[in-house]
Design a protein around this ligand. Structure first.
Ligand SMILES: *[C@@H]1O[C@H](CO)[C@@H](O)[C@H](O)[C@H]1NC(C)=O
Ligand SMILES: *[C@@H]1O[C@H](CO)[C@@H](O)[C@H](O)[C@H]1NC(C)=O
Ligand SMILES: *[C@@H]1O[C@H](CO)[C@@H](O)[C@H](O)[C@H]1NC(C)=O
Ligand SMILES: *[C@@H]1O[C@H](CO)[C@@H](O)[C@H](O)[C@H]1NC(C)=O
Ligand SMILES: *[C@@H]1O[C@H](CO)[C@@H](O)[C@H](O)[C@H]1NC(C)=O
Ligand SMILES: *[C@@H]1O[C@H](CO)[C@@H](O)[C@H](O)[C@H]1NC(C)=O
Ligand SMILES: *[C@@H]1O[C@H](CO)[C@@H](O)[C@H](O)[C@H]1NC(C)=O
Ligand SMILES: *[C@@H]1O[C@H](CO)[C@@H](O)[C@H](O)[C@H]1NC(C)=O
Ligand SMILES: *[C@@H]1O[C@H](CO)[C@@H](O)[C@H](O)[C@H]1NC(C)=O
Ligand SMILES: *[C@@H]1O[C@H](CO)[C@@H](O)[C@H](O)[C@H]1NC(C)=O
Ligand SMILES: *[C@@H]1O[C@H](CO)[C@@H](O)[C@H](O)[C@H]1NC(C)=O
Length: 456
């Protein structure tokens, strides 16, 4: 492993960070990630192998063959999609009948980019108006290999440019790349989830889910149409979720279980350009109860993004209620992010007056931010973390331990509002003299540099 140096050329109104070293052994690119966490495609000798024809060109839809192949491989077999072959999917597929099936994906599965067709024909889920190319479900499903699941997102991002997913009037819907519902035992290993039009994965009412050694990237070739809302992981109603070794370079949440998640463990995740490792958002829908519980997220490196460790709960006149309990964020390294730790009880897009009039009804208990290092972007001046509790909900045992994040603007400050207990480090209210002074300096750091040309 080469020594990784981040050159920070950056100018800052107050302070200048000269050079920051990425901790030894931390990969800076997908190539280095693959080198460090090696993954080999393993062919089973005991399972029946099914093959299907591959596509001849970009419009050669093999979805019927794919469906047939999965039916044949179901109950103990493997659908084998070898390297060097592309499988174009041009029709929605209902794959919820699976039971003990593997897909060895060493080639590429790619969706067609006929956006009007998909908008008219994709499956729908009411949560945030989601649409999906296909739906997977059943028991003991494993997708593994060194191949690519490609959402062909560029045209979707181009056409979506300027719109907002959470705008209730938005009518331009974009499909989720990988959707599963009612799955028990879903393993995704090795593959590269690439260029999703919208969320990369969305797992609903499922349990025993594992992602291992996966890469998730979304990169636009159009500077005015960035890949928006391409979250690596989203879920509703899930139990027992594991993520081990993920490389994520996308334009929204790196990892963000939503309503009803319990037993979640993430170990070793690298996130560039993301909105952070988030709990939620939850509490969006009026009258609906949502919970997130028993979560450990550890060994996370976050570069060039919005926030680091984050909890988001909705406030406003028509929202839901619930709780987030027992969440540990451990060993987080930040480079050029906004807040390294952020508890936001005023989600989404509402001003302080409305938030105060209609505070969040999501209780937050037993949350630990442990061993945080690195530096922020300076966007919020010297404020490196912000914890805002709702006056309408319980906020208990929220603690920062070994929290050593610095700011390019000077002495770091932690902001806390609505917390009655000691949080383990000194903190000040955002509206206090000290809080305002900490938020005031406007300084920036340079992009945390990655190798040129990048292998992404
Ligand atoms: C794409 O391949 C299919 C299947 O071989 C063929 O029928 C079709 O004509 C090809 N289309 C183009 C544009 O080459
Ligand atoms: C969920 O999957 C199980 C088998 O895994 C099946 O028996 C059940 O009918 C499915 N439920 C729904 C709502 O699809
Ligand atoms: C880039 O995105 C913009 C929308 O922001 C779109 O108008 C333009 O056509 C796109 N450029 C290309 C080359 O597709
Ligand atoms: C969690 O899921 C994994 C499969 O990903 C399974 O091996 C394990 O037994 C499950 N644990 C519990 C407590 O159900
Ligand atoms: C890392 O993320 C930043 C911010 O989104 C992006 O501008 C940059 O291109 C990414 N780096 C690489 C090597 O892709
Ligand atoms: C979450 O679970 C609660 C029950 O605790 C249920 O009422 C609610 O509908 C669930 N949320 C979703 C999105 O399914
Ligand atoms: C908190 O969550 C972690 C991670 O899931 C779990 O191991 C632990 O048992 C939970 N603690 C309590 C008190 O339930
Ligand atoms: C939030 O905490 C309050 C006070 O302990 C409790 O009455 C309420 O039921 C809790 N809400 C939920 C959804 O657990
Ligand atoms: C703290 O986290 C860093 C990575 O962010 C890790 O290298 C270090 O070993 C951790 N310290 C402890 C005591 O676990
Ligand atoms: C806050 O938002 C509400 C609702 O959009 C609006 O009516 C109000 O004028 C805003 N208040 C301020 C101070 O911006
Ligand atoms: C506070 O929360 C942390 C993290 O969930 C937990 O380990 C600890 O036991 C809690 N402390 C108390 C007093 O409940």
């Amino acid at each position: 492993m080469k020594t990784s140096i981040l050159a920070l050329l950056a100018a800052a109104a107050v302070g200048v960070l000269a050079q920051v070293e990425i901790p030894a052994g931390v990969p800076r690119s997908l190539e280095e990630f693959r080198e460090k966490h090696q993954y080999k495609s393993r062919k089973s000798c005991t399972r029946k192998t099914v093959r299907i024809r591959s596509s001849q060109n970009a419009t050669d839809d093999i979805s019927d063959a794919f469906l047939q192949g999965l039916k044949e491989a179901n109950h103990g077999g493997t659908l084998y999609l070898p390297k060097g072959h592309t499988y174009m999917i041009g029709k929605p597929l209902d794959l919820t009948f699976l039971n003990d099936v593997h897909v060895q994906l060493d080639g590429t599965i790619r969706f067609t980019n006929d956006t009007p067709y998909w908008q008219a024909n994709a499956y729908r889920h009411p949560f945030q108006n989601s649409i999906m190319f296909w739906k997977w479900g059943g028991k003991d499903i494993k997708i593994h290999g060194t191949g690519v699941l490609d959402g062909n997102g560029q045209r979707w991002w181009n056409e979506f440019a300027g719109l907002e997913i959470l705008d209730p009037t938005n009518a331009y819907l974009r499909p989720v790349l990988f959707y599963a519902e009612n799955a028990t035992g879903l393993d995704i290993e090795g593959i590269h989830l690439k260029d999703s039009p919208c969320w990369t994965t969305f797992i609903v009412t499922s349990k025993d889910i594992a992602f291992r050694d996966v890469a998730c990237t979304a990169e636009s070739n159009n500077a005015t149409a960035l890949p928006k809302n391409t979250d690596f992981f989203d879920s509703l109603n899930v139990e027992n979720v594991t993520v081990e070794r993920a490389w994520v370079n996308i334009g929204d949440d790196c990892f963000s279980p939503k309503s009803n998640a319990s037993g979640v463990h993430v170990d070793t995740m690298y996130c560039n350009g993301t909105h952070g490792a988030s709990m939620g958002s939850i509490g969006q829908y009026a009258g609906e109860k949502s919970i997130i519980e028993d979560v450990l997220i550890e060994n996370v490196w976050l570069l060039n993004g919005q926030h680091g460790a984050r909890l988001k709960t909705w406030a406003g006149p028509d929202v839901g209620y619930g709780y987030i309990n027992n969440v540990t964020f451990r060993n987080f390294w930040n480079a050029n992010n906004e807040y390294a730790a952020f508890l936001d009880s005023c989600y989404f897009n509402i001003n302080e007056t409305t938030c105060a009039a209609y505070p969040s009804q999501v209780n937050i208990t037993n949350v630990l931010f442990q061993n945080f290092t690195g530096y922020t972007s300076g966007k919020y001046g010297r404020a490196v973390a912000r914890l805002t509790c709702s006056p309408n909900a319980v906020c208990e045992n929220i603690t920062l331990e070994d929290f050593h994040v610095t700011s390019p603007c000077g002495a770091p400050v932690v902001l806390c509002d609505g917390l009655t207990e000691d949080i383990g480090v000194p903190c000040v209210k955002a509206a206090s003299v000290e809080g305002k002074a900490a938020l005031k300096p406007a300084c920036t750091t340079a992009m945390a540099a990655l190798p040129e040309p990048t292998p992404w």
